[in-house]
Design a binder for this molecule. Structure first.
Ligand code: CP
Length: 308
């Protein structure tokens, strides 16, 4: 296949074969290392929100495929003096940058950026909207753990309403013909869900049904007003407690995008349990971001990239 998209903005807009292409290339890089002609260009990491996993793995991924990296943070730049996102990006582009990785608190910011620069744009998480590279690394990790995504029963637990991770993951699972379901407090459930995403109100039955338990971070900073009585109550009703962990079958997998609130979504022992894939997710983040940057920056520079 020939890849022609110069932006990765959301999972919703990808065709299933494009999703497969990204996962296949990430798996190739993981298995064989990067053996393709390196891209000689610079990408700018524009992080307007804090990040540990996404920012650092995008930086490592870029270097692994031969790209130079400009790291930008809002607080240490002229954005702190009021310069707009578009002015900032155009000024950086004028220095010869070929692509942007953008994390922003405003939903839709990567689409706005993509309309206003010539280079590639990769969405590193926008508001409550999408986090496409998190979805890719989650799918790659599930596929490795279970062998295939088709038919896989994945329970997404927690604050679905405010989660860009959940939104991207539901799209990615449906496009991969898996079976996603959600469970959580009514105040954290969106009014509408994509067709074919099941609602499972009973956490014990839902855990029994699922093959993968995907716990979302409780995002207190995005809720506006408290949606739960207390964190202790949340843990008791929707967390992977020590008691639920003790009953958990050995072939069920535990996932979380990070950062984990220990004692809230997961008991500390659950985060570190044998069934936990959390650090495998983080490791796979480097390979999927190598694939994303290789394809979108390659498409921006060369028009298209041959993948097969
Ligand atoms: N999962 C994730 O996006 O983590 P960071 O906020 O640390 O990048």
């Amino acid at each position: 296949m020939r890849w022609r998209r110069k932006h990765l903005l959301g999972i919703a807009e990808l065709e299933p074969h494009e999703l497969g292409c990204l996962l296949g290339l990430a798996a190739e890089f993981k298995r064989d290392g990067f053996r393709r002609p390196p891209l000689k260009a610079t990408v700018a990491n524009l992080f307007y929100e804090p990040s540990t996993r996404t920012a650092n793995s995008f930086a490592l991924a870029a270097r692994n495929i031969g790209l130079n990296v400009l790291n930008f943070s809002k607080s240490a730049s002229s954005a702190a003096k009021g310069e707009t996102l578009i002015d900032t990006a155009r000024n950086i582009e004028a220095m010869g940058v070929a692509g942007f990785v953008l994390r922003h608190s405003a939903s839709g910011a990567p689409w706005l950026l993509a309309r206003n620069v010539n280079g590639a744009v990769a969405n590193a998480g926008d508001g409550c909207h999408e986090h496409p590279t998190q979805c890719l690394l989650d799918l790659l990790t599930m596929r490795e753990a279970k062998g295939a995504l088709e038919g896989l029963k994945v329970l997404i637990i927690g604050d679905v309403k405010h989660s860009r991770v959940a939104r991207s993951l539901m799209h990615g699972l449906l496009k991969s013909r898996a079976q996603p379901a959600v469970c959580g407090p009514a105040s954290m459930m969106p009014r509408t869900l994509p067709v074919d995403v099941a609602r499972m109100p009973d956490i014990e039955r839902a855990i029994e049904w699922a093959e993968v338990l995907y716990f979302l971070r409780v995002q207190l900073e995005r809720q506006g007003r408290p949606l739960i009585g207390s964190l202790a109550e949340y843990h008791e009703f929707y967390g992977l407690t020590n008691e639920r962990l003790a009953r958990l079958a050995a072939d069920k997998w535990i996932m979380h995008p990070g950062p984990v609130n220990r004692g809230v979504e997961l008991a500390a022992a659950a985060a570190d349990a044998r069934q936990s894939l959390i650090l495998k997710q983080v490791a796979n983040g480097v390979y999927v971001r190598m694939a994303v940057l290789y394809l979108v920056v390659g498409a921006a520079l060369l028009g298209e990239i041959a993948v097969d």
